[in-house]
Ligand binder design. Structure first.
Ligand SMILES: *[C@@H]1O[C@H](CO)[C@@H](O)[C@H](O)[C@H]1NC(C)=O
Ligand SMILES: *[C@@H]1O[C@H](CO)[C@@H](O)[C@H](O)[C@H]1NC(C)=O
Ligand SMILES: *[C@@H]1O[C@H](CO)[C@@H](O)[C@H](O)[C@H]1NC(C)=O
Ligand SMILES: *[C@@H]1O[C@H](CO)[C@@H](O)[C@H](O)[C@H]1NC(C)=O
Ligand SMILES: *[C@@H]1O[C@H](CO)[C@@H](O)[C@H](O)[C@H]1NC(C)=O
Ligand SMILES: *[C@@H]1O[C@H](CO)[C@@H](O)[C@H](O)[C@H]1NC(C)=O
Length: 936
């Protein structure tokens, strides 16, 4: 959609800090000479330079004895520098023999080579030293300013960093520019002292969206990981891009640029400031692959994000209904309980757009099945068809791992077919790789295998045909999660099935009081109820001896240690194999899991997106997925994973949502009211209101915790109805824009309450007093003259929303129960004038469902003092009329005219300088002008 790339505001919420202990990780130094200090590494010399008008190519040769710090130094490298567009520079350093892994074009396609000579016109300039080789990149317009990227660091001292293991005394090696080994790559660039760096995730960042670059700063590890949202560790997704924002005191100019490393390698990226240093640093430490950097010149934050999107691909189109309210929990144990939620939401008159089921829906917890007793297919079909009749939708979960059939009488066709079609990952010896997830022992789809797409599509189609007529799919556990440490072993061990306890079962009851719950005041039992027992049986975790066979291609390199690379990244679990697929498991084409682990989720998303395009032809595939990688936004939206029902996690959800705007996955949201643990009324009230202003809006709860659907408490029901009504009236605006920081677009500012027992909230209003902010509900002008915090009234159930002057927003006049019913109602236009009266805005409208998108209508609203001019472009037929125009900040008119004719039915309210013109009945397919005059 228009404006799918998102601007970040420089106005950022400061989020609190809490440093977790450094987790242990294993370090296997086996047969690699392990100096633990690369300052003895010789570096490279640049030779055989060939310059072209699109860039340059040269050889880089190791200039001394190999240091073999955490692998073997590669003697011959090639550097290619390409000015790809005016705003994008590509710097690629790879082993000349091309044995190292690099991301195949089949996974992430790259733009065509540039045809025009941009070397002398690009915004960016590449510079280099030949011996030792180092490079730096500047803005052409500011050759003398601090470079945007600079690897000339020879004079810096080495300093210790917190070790990832007691036996790992590795120092930061700040002093050396380039190490390129088969199992270890290191590159360091200087940043201005205390630089403003955003991105590098996925992270639950304790320092907020801006990353910590202080002394010990940030160690952002890239290794996709199934873990309940810890602070500052590696979690589900990998996005090695950052945006840096600089303010130049001399020129008083603010500019941003972006740096993207196109690599799926397990890695640490460090942001830090050595003691007494006058610069900060970003340092890349990778377990393999190549150095494949892209720089984006910005210069606005928004343009950096757009330039990143132009490289990796823009986000997928979302269906309009995706912006509705979604309800889910783990623990709707049967169809009756699921249906009851739909009925209860309707009875409470709280809009419900999409009903979800978690793994409860499965038969024996197996993918592509529904339980014949608790979710029978014929009843599911009727249930979902009734939802469809009411313009509502249904979404089930799909787990990454596929149950392995271990019993010859219990036939499970998705496994049988998959095995026949050779679509599962393998051990290095060519046998089936077996892990363990909810259904017991499992295998894992190999997205590189030829038949996987067809097999996956068939599984999804059969499931829909069996009665589960979903509108979209939820992809979970796709890091990919597995409960064995590495392989669960060979077939011989697969018969042991001791029971496992799930949350909510006896033995794992969720009995903790909600945060802040006062049992003295409210009684010992409070409102905690615990769900019934479960019949689920999970199989035992067995620890099999690790498979240590070497030499199976990490890319094409041989003799590398796949399972325990010599450099131990700061993986929060320790060894790479813990709670996931072993790094030495293999994919078709000889790819080792070590090299492609971080892209597992991306490849599943791409395959699922194609499957849904086939199964629901002509409709936009709707997918929400947990593990993401660069370019995932092309295929999926995202939720922030397993958060906690705590005030802190409501607050942290804001930085999480904003991060994903940088990552070009704008359709994102948190589990509203919290997933893990027991929520409470006040938290759920505030959170339902906050999430109404985030792109993906879903309440999701854990099995066994107290219920948290918005109808459970009157105050939460009221708060939800209020916020959803605003959300649905703003649908045309969302749809035009998706989202921007916590300024939604540049026009709407939300100031949520993030603490308990509050009746006011402090907000900062951008614009340094030159911008007029008006209250969404009353249209009163906010007094911001103090320049600092403004204290706003915020009783429970009220979320502060303000609109800025200079905005013109198309809204739905009658927010209804569903998105479709809302869309069938009339439009309104809300104009907030600047003092000189000039305002410009647009709105994008289409049918909200077609894929590829069909005809559309773009409306341009141009407001000058006393006039709104509407111009319509595009073939889409907008059936609904514009009925009301509200203009804020205007003088009282004596006459209002439309199409040259005087118009009755307007009123003026002095207190808000507000003109409301009703009964307009304007056809939005045609141009129109509305004029009001005070002097006629
Ligand atoms: C560090 O790694 C070594 C070797 O893998 C292991 O024996 C040791 O227990 C680890 N130490 C800690 C503190 O985790
Ligand atoms: C490491 O080297 C030792 C001695 O050369 C050898 O016995 C051992 O097999 C080697 N280990 C591996 C994993 O290659
Ligand atoms: C590196 O390149 C040089 C020059 O082409 C060649 O002579 C040498 O054998 C190469 N070294 C390796 C280890 O490939
Ligand atoms: C600020 O901009 C001026 C003019 O381009 C430049 O000379 C100066 O070095 C810049 N300052 C920094 C810290 O980059
Ligand atoms: C940084 O880490 C080092 C080593 O762990 C520690 O001694 C030092 O106190 C830390 N510095 C700060 C500012 O936290
Ligand atoms: C790291 O330092 C500790 C403490 O100084 C020492 O005991 C240990 O042997 C060192 N480990 C290595 C691998 O050098």
């Amino acid at each position: 959609m228009l404006g799918r790339s998102i601007a970040l505001s420089t106005f950022l919420l400061a989020l609190g800090a809490a440093a977790p202990a450094s987790p242990p990780a294993a370090l296997d130094v086996e047969n690699v000479t392990h100096s633990l200090n690369v300052s003895s590494c010789p570096g490279y010399a640049l030779e055989s330079l060939r310059e072209t008008n699109t860039g340059l190519t040269a050889a880089l040769s190791l200039v001394g004895p190999a240091c073999n710090a955490f692998g073997r130094d590669i003697t011959n490298l090639t550097i290619e520098v390409t000015y790809e567009t005016i705003t994008r520079l590509h710097v690629k350093i790879y082993d000349t023999d091309e044995q190292q892994f690099s991301i195949p074009e089949s996974v992430i396609s790259r733009p065509q080579a540039p045809t025009s000579a941009l070397r002398n016109s690009s915004d960016l300039e590449f510079h280099y030293d030949t011996l030792p080789f180092a490079f730096w990149i500047t803005r052409r317009s500011e050759p003398d300013a601090f470079p945007l990227f600079d690897t000339r660091l020879a004079s810096l001292p080495s300093t210790p960093i917190p070790p990832n293991n007691a036996t790992d005394n590795s120092t930061a090696f700040d002093g050396f520019p380039l190490v390129f080994e088969d199992q270890y790559l290191q590159l360091t660039s200087a940043l201005p002292l205390d630089a403003n760096v955003y991105g590098l995730g996925e992270a639950v960042s304790s320092s907020g969206l801006r990353r910590d670059v202080s002394q010990n700063g940030t160690i952002q590890t890239f290794w996709a990981r199934d873990i309940q949202d810890p602070l500052d560790e590696n979690v589900y997704g990998s996005h090695p891009i950052y945006l840096e924002h600089r303010y130049n005191q001399t020129t008083q100019k603010s500019q941003s640029h972006g740096v993207f490393l196109l690599s799926s390698s397990g890695a640490d990226v460090l942001l830090r400031t050595p003691p007494s240093s006058n610069v900060s640093l970003v340092q890349y430490r990778m377990l393999g692959g190549i150095l494949d950097f892209y720089l984006f010149s910005g210069p606005s934050p928004k343009s950096v994000v757009e330039q990143y999107g132009a490289l990796i691909g823009l986000p997928t189109w979302q269906p309009a209904w995706g912006f509705g309210f979604h309800l889910c929990r783990w623990g709707y144990l049967d169809i009756n309980e699921t249906r009851a939620q739909v009925d209860n939401m309707r009875a409470a008159n709280i809009p419900l757009e999409v009903m979800w089921n978690d793994i409860d829906v499965f038969h024996s917890l197996r993918d592509f099945t529904s339980d014949p007793v608790s979710f029978p297919g014929d009843e599911m079909r009727v249930f979902i068809q009734n939802l469809t009749k009411n313009h509502q939708h249904y979404i089930p979960i799909l787990d990454a791992a596929v149950a392995k059939q271990v019993n010859s009488t219990d036939l499970y066709y998705p496994y049988i077919e998959g095995a026949k079609q050779d679509v599962f990952m393998e051990n290095p010896d060519g046998t089936e790789y077996v892990g363990q997830v909810w259904p017991g022992y499992t295998v894992f789809p190999d997205w590189f295998a030829n038949n996987t797409q067809q097999w996956w599509t068939q599984g999804l189609k059969n499931w829909s045909d069996s009665g589960v007529e979903y509108s979209g799919i939820w992809l979970d556990m796709n890091e990919a999660s597995s409960f064995c440490d590495g392989s669960c072993g060979s077939n011989a061990n697969l018969s042991i099935t001791p029971p496992q306890v799930l949350p909510g079962d006896p033995g794992d009851l969720i009995t903790d009081y909600p945060e802040g719950y006062n049992s003295t005041l409210s009684g010992p039992s409070g409102n905690i109820t615990v769900n019934g027992t479960s019949t689920y049986v999970r199989r035992a975790v067995e620890v099999a001896p690790p498979l240590n066979r070497r030499g199976v291609g990490a890319g094409k390199q041989s003799g590398v240690d796949l399972n325990t690379p010599p450099y131990a990244i700061h993986n929060g679990f320790g060894r790479l194999s813990i709670h996931t697929i072993a790094p030495n498991a293999t994919h078709a084409g000889g790819y080792a899991e070590l090299d492609v682990h971080n892209m597992w989720g991306l490849m599943e998303e791409k395959t699922t997106h194609k499957a849904l395009s086939d199964i629901l032809p002509g409709k936009r595939p709707f997918i929400i997925s947990r593990s993401t990688f660069a370019s995932s936004g092309k295929w999926t939206g995202h939720w922030l994973g397993d958060n906690f029902s705590k005030w802190e996690y409501m607050r942290l959800s804001i930085q999480g949502i904003l991060q994903f705007q940088i990552f070009q996955i704008p359709f994102v949201g948190a589990d509203t009211c919290g997933f893990i643990g027991n929520t409470d009324e006040e938290l759920c009230n505030r959170w339902m209101q906050l999430s109404a202003f985030t792109p993906f809006y879903r309440n999701h709860n854990q099995r066994g915790a107290i219920s948290q659907e918005p109808y459970r408490w009157d105050s939460v029901a009221n708060a939800s109805r209020t916020a959803i009504s605003i959300r649905y009236s703003l649908l045309p605006y969302w749809y035009t824009l998706v989202v921007e920081q916590f300024l939604i677009g540049s026009d709407i500012l939300v100031t949520p309450v993030l603490t308990p027992n509050a009746s006011t909230v402090d907000g900062v209003f951008p614009g340094r007093g030159n911008v007029t902010w008006r209250d969404w509900y009353t249209h009163n002008v906010l007094n911001t003259t103090s320049g600092g915090n403004v204290t706003l009234s915020a009783p429970l159930g009220h979320i502060n929303v303000h609109i800025r002057d200079g905005s013109v927003i198309l809204t739905h006049s009658e927010p209804a129960y569903t998105i479709e019913e809302t869309r069938q109602g009339p439009y309104s236009l809300l104009v907030s004038q600047t003092s000189d009266g000039h305002v410009f805005g647009t709105a994008y409208i289409d049918d909200g469902i077609s894929s590829p998108p069909g005809p559309s209508k773009t409306l341009a609203f141009s407001v000058t003092a006393g006039q709104v001019k509407i111009t319509a472009h595009g073939a889409f037929d907008v059936k609904q009329k514009l009925q009301v125009i509200t203009v804020l900040g205007t003088k009282k008119p004596t006459v209002v005219k439309m199409g040259g004719e005087s118009k009755d039915g307007w009123e003026y309210i002095e207190a808000q300088e507000k003109l409301v013109v009703k009964g307009i009945n304007l056809d939005l397919n045609e141009d129109a002008t509305i004029v009001w005059k005070s002097d006629v």
